[in-house]
Design a protein around this ligand. Sequence first.
Ligand SMILES: [Zn+2]
Length: 136
Amino acid sequence: MLTPVTDAAGAPFWEYAARGELRVQACGDCGEPRFPPRPCCPHCQSFAAKWRPVSGQGRVWSYVVPHPPLLPEYAAQAPYNVVVVELADAPRIRLVGNVVSRAGAPLGSVDPGRLRIGARVHVVFGDGGLPQWVLA
Ligand SMILES: [Zn+2]
């Protein structure tokens, strides 16, 4: 498994995720959520930020099923999916991840044929607090 590489702006995302909480960075002045995390609000240029809890409900906005050539560890898990999930309560925020059968399940645990654009998903947290998605 690849482990997250964090930076100062994104570290809180992973700290909350390790506790089983999905939060997105939002502007401390205008309140607009933003992703990926960064120091400055693109809407009002404020440097104030807070971390807003979200429901973890979303929809598959897009997805791919990677094909070889793949890195060896991923080739062993193929076929698997990579999804872009649009959050229900922050529709402009889209997170990249994988749909799995349950928290901590392998990447290839869901038949890619079950995925559809618009499918409802909700977040679960796998090993090390990695956010993953399961079909609703
Ligand atoms: Zn702002």
